[in-house]
Design a protein around this ligand. Structure first.
Ligand SMILES: Nc1ncnc2c1ncn2[C@@H]1O[C@H](COP(=O)(O)OP(=O)(O)OP(=O)(O)O)[C@@H](O)[C@H]1O
Ligand SMILES: [Mg+2]
Length: 485
């Protein structure tokens, strides 16, 4: 495991986790999230990647164990530890149903808990490696039946940034920068088409920042009338406008110490832009109908699927606000720009949705992955996920997902990468000329396929990097003007 791991503790009223939390976070460097209710814990698990959960019983009832039993079904790969005040009260069947790693008696000894968590996560990591190895064996076996599955057995394990799954170099670069940006206090602007994962990225950033123990609050700014939006964010005094029947704190103050994510920021009014700018410059919050200014400390992340830069050029968005917002700027690429992510995402969603409805899917056939990978997906990852969810629902237990389960529109779509379908045509007369022209076409297409990433291309073609560089030179290939003659 590259990172030490994330632990969620579901704390019950009246218990004090200060010391165990300190030991886990400081001595072991785990990321520890304290949830105050089961539902808060589930929200955290839906937002960030969690490795281990600790739940406790409360006043003699074993709701903690029931919660862990539910977790076994909804998040089977989260390791479970139970903390109880009285081991006599828990029944053997209930314990085995929850399939916990271990239980501990209260009061919890922080050092013992630390060691237990460490061992549990080691075991988990070993199990994970074992699964990967067995799967690779299985995939290479399936290849014989389902046709050659390009590079599947050798494909790098997909990477993750919290809930974001990817293999593409573009996403890897973006997530690396996002990890660094998370550690700073600067505002963040995330742009990208609909469904590309902007919100998932915003959440990942918050949970990788120093503010992760404080709230992340989300406001969608699209289609919200100006007055309402102002009051949602800055709060209002009772009676400040019709319908304001009581004081309202406002999101900024409610999130003090944490992060506020403003979605569809391109849609806000000029007067809201002024208020937001003032907030960014001075940290000032002035509730509607009040003349008292208060201060709060909130990090802002905004997202837009329209280019703010273009809106600025057209005078529809304040330039000073735009400059303030883009402390870091991210453009999440569309799925078209990273077709190599489609296969791993499809497999991830297939497993996820099969689990959710208890269907036993064996995988996705090579042909189907190929077909999906050439799909258009104007709705990006969200559309892909919907497609896979539908395919899983249509498949039967013990089957692979095949093109038969695909929706008609996707199936009918002509392959996007039509150049792939064009046959290789040797040119020249002599054998040497013809072989060379073929070699040139093969190298050139592999480079395009790998977005001119030379080490990956060399790898794919079984060449050394120097070998590839020589061929590029020999055939005068270049990134911007691919030569085919
Ligand atoms: N890289 C990814 N890995 C896993 N799931 C993803 C990824 N990208 C997006 N998703 C999933 O796709 C859906 C859309 O993601 P998200 O809501 O973050 O997109 P968005 O860019 O905010 O879209 P919109 O502009 O429409 O608000 C979600 O269900 C999310 O879980
Ligand atoms: Mg969104």
């Amino acid at each position: 495991m590259d990172e030490p791991g994330t632990v969620v503790i579901v704390s019950r009223q009246g218990s004090d986790w200060t010391w165990p939390l300190h030991v886990l976070a400081e001595r072991y460097a785990y990321r520890v999230v304290l949830a105050h209710s089961f539902s808060e814990a589930l929200t955290t698990m839906a937002t960030i990647h969690v490795d281990l959960a600790i739940a406790e019983d409360h006043a003699g009832e074993d709701a903690g164990l029931t919660f862990l039993t539910g977790l076994r079904v909804s998040h089977p790969d989260i390791t479970r530890i139970y903390v109880t005040s009285n081991s006599d009260c828990i029944s053997e069947p209930a314990l085995s149903q929850a399939a916990i790693y271990q239980f501990l008696l209260k009061p919890v000894d922080a050092s013992q808990l630390g060691l237990l968590v460490e061992r549990a996560l080691e075991t988990r990591e070993l199990a994970r490696r074992h699964r990967i190895l067995s799967r690779e064996f299985k995939i290479s076996g399936d290849g014989l039946i389902f046709g050659e599955r390009k590079n599947a057995a050798f494909r790098a394990e997909s990477q993750r940034f919290e809930k974001l799954v990817y293999v593409s170099a573009k996403m890897a670069e973006l997530c690396d920068l996002a990890r660094q940006a998370a550690k700073t206090e600067l505002p963040i602007l995330i742009e990208g088409e609909t469904g590309t994962g902007k919100e998932l990225l915003a959440r990942a950033i918050h949970y990788n920042s120093m503010r992760r123990a404080s709230p992340l609050l989300v406001q969608n700014c699209g289609g919200v009338p100006d007055e309402l939006l102002q009051s949602e964010l800055f709060g209002h005094k009772r009676g400040s406008f019709t319908g304001a029947i009581s004081d309202r704190l406002g999101l900024f103050r409610a999130a003090d110490g944490g992060t506020v994510f403003l979605d569809e920021i391109s849609e806000v009014s000029p007067s809201f832009q002024v208020s937001l700018l003032r907030f960014l410059q001075e940290g000032e919050v002035k509730p509607l109908g009040s003349d008292r200014v208060t201060h709060c400390n909130v990090r802002i992340i905004v997202a837009s699927n329209r280019r703010l830069k273009n809106l600025v050029a057209r005078g529809e968005f304040r330039q000073d606000l735009y400059f303030r917002l883009k402390g870091f700027e991210f453009e999440v690429p569309s799925l078209r720009e990273r077709p190599e992510d489609i296969g791993p995402l499809a497999e991830f969603f297939a497993a996820k949705h099969a689990d959710a409805i208890g269907r036993k899917i064996l995988g996705i056939t090579a042909n189907t992955i190929e077909k999906l990978s050439s799909g258009e997906f104007p709705g990006n990852v969200r559309e892909l996920e919907n497609e896979i969810r539908r395919m899983v629902a249509l498949a039967k237990d013990g089957e692979y997902l095949t093109t038969r389960n695909m929706s008609a529109t996707l199936l009918a779509a002509s392959p996007r990468r039509s150049s792939e379908a064009v046959a290789f045509l040797p040119e020249g007369v002599t054998l040497k000329d013809q072989v060379e022209s073929l070699e040139k076409q093969i190298v050139s297409r592999a480079l395009v396929r790998n977005h001119w990433n030379q080490s990956r291309t060399a790898n794919e073609l079984g060449l050394s990097r120097v070998g590839l560089a020589n061929k590029i030179k020999r055939y005068s290939l270049n990134e911007h003007g691919q030569q085919h003659q």
